[in-house]
Design a protein around this ligand. Structure first.
Ligand SMILES: Cc1ncc(COP(=O)(O)O)c(C=O)c1O
Length: 326
């Protein structure tokens, strides 16, 4: 039985989940009046992203199974939202956290991770995230008894976190009226776990995954499956549909969400919203829940904002810069 967000807690981890839905239907003015688009704001988790759910579940599961015990260090190779969430969970539970990250990770990421007291081990920037993965494997391999590695790409507790929290929250907060669930694919944990729960409640709910339309993309957090190592927890056959989103269109939607709703999101939220708009244009009635993984302040130094001033100027003149299409 899930609870509403408590107003007084003993641990920051008790604040994970129970994020609200906000109605963003107005971004689809031509959709049928019987269509609603509701965005689930995962940026309101205490660590600032949807990754608080799998990170806290995997760490707590490690404690429950004994894989994580006093004296051990939590170690993984991610500089993204999962790294930040693991740093938060480790700090809250009193475990040291070490993250293997490419040397060229953005300054804002380094600062957030350091602020949680986590240590960074830098890998060769020329080898990207694969280099960090390999270096992390070597560190654990050399000293396996010292570390607990959550391993979000292969750990079934990642989708389980969404089966036990994200899915039930959406079912509760739409009073069982949800018809479509839309989420981007990173590890696949969100779309798999949430999808399984909603399908169990109503097999007609459509589970829609969103991925970049190209291997070279600017949608941080999302994976282009055809050119990536497929995560062990990802099972494409459980999806009803996959929609490919373009980087320019996703950025355009991020700018619109900020300018028109006061909702400044990350780029992957823009990609998922693009897919939600596509669905809204195709159906006559329905409740589309789209998951927004984080807010835009995480990406201030990225290309997401490079085109904003230009867009704003053209938008003021009434020009549409990019016709959003999914
Ligand atoms: C920034 C960000 N974090 C996390 C996720 C969710 O990824 P996963 O598939 O690993 O649950 C996404 C997917 O949209 C994302 O964009």
């Amino acid at each position: 039985m899930i609870r509403h967000r408590p107003s007084r807690v003993t641990s920051v981890l008790d604040l994970v989940g129970n994020t609200p839905l906000v109605d963003v239907t107005a971004l689809a003015p031509k959709s049928s009046p019987r269509v609603r688009i509701l965005a689930k704001l995962e940026g309101l988790n205490p660590g600032g992203s949807v990754k608080d759910r799998p990170a806290s579940w995997m760490v707590r599961n490690g404690l429950a199974t004994g894989a994580l015990a006093p004296g051990k260090t939590i170690l993984d190779s991610t500089s993204g939202n999962t790294g930040i969430a693991l740093a938060m969970a480790g700090a809250a539970l009193g475990f040291p956290v070490e993250l293997v990250v490419p040397q060229n990770v953005s300054a804002e990421r380094k600062r957030i991770i350091q602020a949680y007291g986590a240590k960074m081990i830098f890998s060769d920037p020329m080898e990207g995230s694969d280099g960090a993965i390999l270096q992390c494997r070597k560190i654990v391999g050399d000293n396996p008894e010292r570390y607990f590695k959550p391993d979000q790409y292969f750990n079934p507790v990642n989708p389980l976190a969404h089966f036990e929290s994200t899915g039930p929250e959406i079912w509760r907060d739409t009073a069982g009226t949800v018809t479509h669930f839309v989420a981007g694919i990173g590890t696949g944990g969100t779309v798999m776990g949430t999808g399984r729960f909603l399908k169990e409640r109503n097999p007609d709910v459509q589970i829609v995954a969103v991925e970049p339309d190209d291997a070279w993309h600017g949608l941080e957090g999302l994976k282009h499956m055809a050119s990536s190592i497929v995560p062990g927890i990802f099972h494409a056959e459980e999806l009803d549909r996959t929609i490919a989103a373009g980087t320019d269109g996703a950025y355009e939607i991020v700018y619109q969400l900020g300018d028109r709703f006061g909702l400044v999101t990350g780029q992957s939220s823009g990609a998922s919203m693009l897919a939600a708009l596509q669905i809204a244009s195709e159906i006559d009635a329905g409740v589309i829940v789209v998951l927004f993984p984080d807010f835009g302040d995480r990406y201030l130094s990225t290309n997401l904002w490079a085109g904003w001033a230009d867009w704003l100027e053209r938008n003021r003149r009434g020009e549409r810069v990019v016709a959003p299409k999914a």
